[in-house]
Design a protein around this ligand. Structure first.
Ligand code: C5P
Length: 234
């Protein structure tokens, strides 16, 4: 897949208000062209804000992790496609994934499936009624996503190699849990540096706190773009 370096960095705007998000986007300027908006900002005016970002030439990843009956998912995805978003997440249930693929028909929107939430371990799955390990369920759902025609997967950098084998070269792998050497891990348990994640085969990196909480967010983002660039040239 041929992507320009800058486009491979997606900054997570995990911020409480549109005003805070606008200030961050303006500080990051041309360094960042792709932003992720999740529950916190989406439910605080973040959807009109997303439309504004798109109108300003930025790409938007709506991390809304949809899951509902098929008709509701398909209609919701149609609305997200009309907004002009580039990526949208859904939970990797077959009905949900099929409905999402149907809902985005003809749009440039790409659907990303979340296989198993990274906060779940085998005991959490058992408590939720599943008789499978996290690894087994993630692999099974990745194969279903591929067969249904989902565009990509969200996965940890550690899973990229294994999921690439299942997904094949055409699916987009998007990886959070990235920490530049020396930065705080926060609540992320499975972390990797930007360069290692790119070398492992990730297409896009989602990075929040190491940039938005940095004293100089633009310098932090510039350093990460440079690291992605050097890993891509290898
Ligand atoms: O601040 P940090 O770099 O940890 O942010 C990572 C972003 O990626 C957050 O918005 C988080 O919700 C998201 N994410 C994640 N792990 C997943 C899926 C999404 O960290 N499995």
């Amino acid at each position: 897949m041929s992507l320009n370096t800058r486009e491979r960095l997606i900054v997570a705007l995990d911020l409480p208000s549109v005003a805070a998000a606008e200030a961050m986007v303006s500080r990051l300027g041309d360094t960042v062209g792709f932003y992720k908006i999740g529950y916190q900002l989406a439910f605080a005016g973040g959807l009109p804000f997303a439309a504004g970002l798109i109108a300003a030439g930025k790409q938007v990843f709506l991390d809304l992790k949809l899951h509902d009956i098929g008709n509701t998912v398909a209609k919701g995805v149609e609305s997200v496609a009309q907004l002009g978003a580039t990526f949208l997440t859904v939970h990797a249930y077959p009905q949900t994934m099929k409905a999402a693929v149907e809902g985005k028909r003809g749009a440039k929107l790409r659907i990303l499936a979340v296989t198993v939430l990274t906060s779940y371990d085998d005991a959490d799955l058992a408590a939720a009624g599943y008789d499978m390990s996290v690894g087994e369920l993630a692999a099974a759902r990745a194969a279903q996503a591929r067969d249904i025609g989902v565009d990509g997967l969200v996965c940890s950098a550690e899973e990229v190699g294994k999921l690439r084998d299942i997904a094949g070269p055409g699916m987009t792998l998007v990886t959070p849990g990235i920490r530049p050497a020396g930065s705080a891990s926060g609540d992320q348990k499975r972390i990797m540096t930007p360069a290692r994640a790119i070398e492992a085969g990730a297409d896009y990196l989602v990075i929040g706190r190491p940039i938005v909480e940095a004293r100089d967010p633009k310098a932090a983002a510039d350093a990460i773009v440079a690291e992605i660039e050097s890993a891509t040239r290898k």
